[in-house]
Write a protein that binds this ligand. Structure first.
Ligand code: GLA
Length: 395
């Protein structure tokens, strides 16, 4: 058993005495988005990948309808009745598993009480979907243990419902979809309108994904996120006056945008829309570049994506801009951009294997000079989606 899980099991035994009888283990990864940002709620295309970092859920069913939740990262434990689940700010992280079980029950699944202990190695609130990871670990556990037999894409939708209707965050489907459906060494090219997807191989030779954390907490994130959604909706409403059949902002083609942009009256909404239209086009080009092995072109598109998020969508901020700028000129880096919602969190960079130490040194030095704190680095592989891991963990 890996060392960190030995510790997690010690915490588990203190939390849920009763031996190893009936104990099962599930894992759900975090995700990084390679390109296609703020497009999921605009009906566009995104290209996330599941990480090999994530959240383990150690669980045991109970037959008394009680849900007990603990985490190795947070002190508080939460106990509640499975048929009386509601959001409570005081429950903090435990609202995600509570909400996930609530979402399953609204879908008609007869969920069961359980002891549930989480252990993770993803940084929290860093834009790598730690909350979607907790939701999907819970959903997959209940799905197996209650034999609900739901597919992973359905579980992803229930994860999104958890955020939207239980937690009250108006997010799109990208995070939960990537966390549920991830495939080792592949990115997922997902059409967020139809939920059709294709895997795109990330066997890209001598390059590695390097995630860099600004270590800036994303305080205003939820309100700014909702503000961006509203601005996109305003742009769509303007365009629909002339084009009533337009369903999503991301469905506007770049060539159409040249002629249509004057129909968006508010200059801020116009810039938001320009990001959406050009970013969706970049995703198409990025997928083609990856398939053709044109890593340099892919890296250039990552950079353009960041610039568009900085100048038109305005979700980067000093810290993310400093990291991206540092990466663009650092040794062995072919491309770098912010990933996730923005306003803090992480960048993702593609870096040549042998240059990774020099890359980290250069980015750290630059970031420290600009911002005054140190960034953190995660050199990660692309892993599989949410699943049971009892055998591999307990053997
Ligand atoms: C957050 C949301 C996602 C998506 C990204 C931006 O991660 O949860 O649904 O909108 O921001 O691309």
């Amino acid at each position: 058993m890996r060392d960190e899980l030995v510790e997690a099991f010690a915490a588990w035994r203190a939390f849920s005495p009763g031996g190893d009888e009936g104990v099962r283990v599930f894992f759900a990864p975090g995700r990084v988005n390679l390109i296609g940002e703020h497009l999921d709620y605009n009906g566009g295309q995104v290209m996330p990948a599941a990480l090999d970092l994530g959240t383990w859920a150690i669980v045991r069913m109970r037959d008394d309808g009680v849900l007990r939740i603990a985490s190795t990262a947070f002190g508080e434990r939460v106990t509640c009745q499975i048929d009386k689940l509601h959001y409570d700010a005081a429950d903090d992280y435990a609202n995600y598993p509570k909400g996930a079980i609530w979402a399953l029950m609204t879908h008609g699944v007869k969920a069961k009480g359980m002891d549930l202990l989480f252990h993770g190695n993803l940084p929290n609130r860093a834009g790598l979907s730690s909350s979607a990871s907790v939701e999907l670990a819970t959903l997959v556990a209940q799905n197996h243990l209650c034999q609900a037999n739901l597919g992973l894409a359905d579980l992803a939708r229930l994860g999104q419902r958890t955020e939207n209707e239980f937690v009250g965050v108006n997010s799109g489907i990208m995070d939960q979809f990537a966390v549920a459906m991830g495939r080792e060494n592949n990115a997922i090219l997902l059409d967020c309108d139809t939920l059709q997807y294709e895997l795109v191989s990330m066997d890209i030779g001598n390059y590695q994904l390097v995630i860099t954390n600004t270590n800036k907490s994303r305080g205003l994130m939820d309100s700014k996120y909702n503000e961006r959604r509203a601005e996109c909706e305003a742009a769509l409403a303007d365009l629909r006056k002339m084009h009533p059949s337009l369903r999503h902002l991301a469905h506007v083609q770049v060539e159409e945008w040249e002629d249509w942009q004057s129909e968006v009256t508010n200059p801020v909404a116009k810039r938001r829309a320009r990001h959406v239209v050009t970013e969706n086009h970049r995703v198409t080009l990025a997928a083609q570049a990856l398939r053709a092995g044109q890593i340099g072109l892919f890296g250039e598109l990552m950079r353009q994506s960041h610039e568009s998020l900085r100048d038109d969508f305005e979700v980067t901020g000093r810290e993310l801009d400093a990291l991206a700028m540092a990466a663009w000129s650092a040794p062995g880096c072919v491309g770098s951009r912010m990933t996730g919602a923005g306003f803090g969190g992480c960048t993702v960079s593609l870096v040549e294997n042998e240059s990774i130490p020099a890359f980290q040194e250069e980015v750290s030095r630059w970031y420290h000079d600009e911002i005054g704190i140190a960034p953190s680095f995660y050199v990660t592989g692309i892993g599989n989606g949410a699943r049971e891991v009892t055998q591999e963990v307990l053997d």
